[in-house]
Design a protein around this ligand. Structure first.
Ligand code: IMP
Ligand code: MG
Length: 210
């Protein structure tokens, strides 16, 4: 789209533009030109179908005890948005942001709380909404952290679980899909902050940032 008269575009997209988040990643002008985006692992329609089922199950289970949905930023933002609309109960949402120490693609299990909750958890029915469980270490830390706040109940709804990767026992009440252990992107999941806006879950074919 042409800028209004008198306004000069600051940036023209080209194959040479680099991501502000990671200068090593080349950014093609359109997603369909990006060779790092691999095959679809979970299609957009299948995500929506499964989220409708999860929402129905949660609606049945939490009738009479409204849930407080706790989304784990940033990865869960899209799942949280769709899941919350699939739950036909009075409910509230809150968010936490965590960052795990370790490499970008391997968590160490030591978690730093970057943004804490705004809502008091005492006597609340807390449902943690997670994007993906890999080693399970992040979630296991979060469960201990949230239980210390004395909720009436604490359960987890994870969209994706990587098969055979868990290094700790995590109690997952609701699971969307079990997927192979390969790195995935899209529907909230990123590499160096990119690809979160893909509507489906895809395999990631690029070099993983260290
Ligand atoms: P865990 O502590 O090993 O279970 O890792 C959990 C976190 O690592 C998730 O909440 C994601 O933020 C991130 N993660 C793990 N696997 C993937 C992936 O395949 N794509 C994008 N992020 C991932
Ligand atoms: Mg996450």
């Amino acid at each position: 789209m042409a800028p209004p008269p008198g306004v000069r575009p600051v940036l023209r997209y080209s194959r040479d533009v680099t991501s502000p988040g990671d200068a090593r990643i080349r950014v093609p002008p359109r997603l369909e030109d990006d060779d790092c985006i691999g095959d679809v692992v979970v299609a957009a329609a299948d995500l929506q179908q499964r989220i409708a089922e999860l929402g129905a199950a949660i609606t049945a289970d939490y009738e009479g005890r409204p849930p407080l949905l706790v989304g784990v930023l940033k990865g869960a933002f899209m799942f949280m948005s769709d899941l919350s609309r699939a739950i036909a109960l009075p409910s509230e949402v809150d968010f936490m942001a965590v960052s795990s120490y370790g490499s970008a693609t391997r968590t160490s299990g030591v978690v730093r709380i970057v943004k804490d909750l705004d809502v008091d958890l005492v006597d609340r029915h807390v449902l943690v909404v997670e994007d993906i469980v890999d080693s399970g270490l992040t979630l296991s830390y979060l469960q201990r952290y949230l239980l210390a706040r004395q909720p009436a109940s604490l359960e987890v709804c994870a969209l994706l679980v990587k098969e055979g990767q868990q290094r700790t026992a995590v109690d997952l009440r609701y699971v969307g899909f079990t997927i192979p252990a390969d790195f995935v992107i899209g529907y909230g999941l990123d590499v160096a902050e990119r690809y979160r806006n893909l509507p489906a879950i895809h395999a990631y074919l690029g070099d993983k940032p260290a």
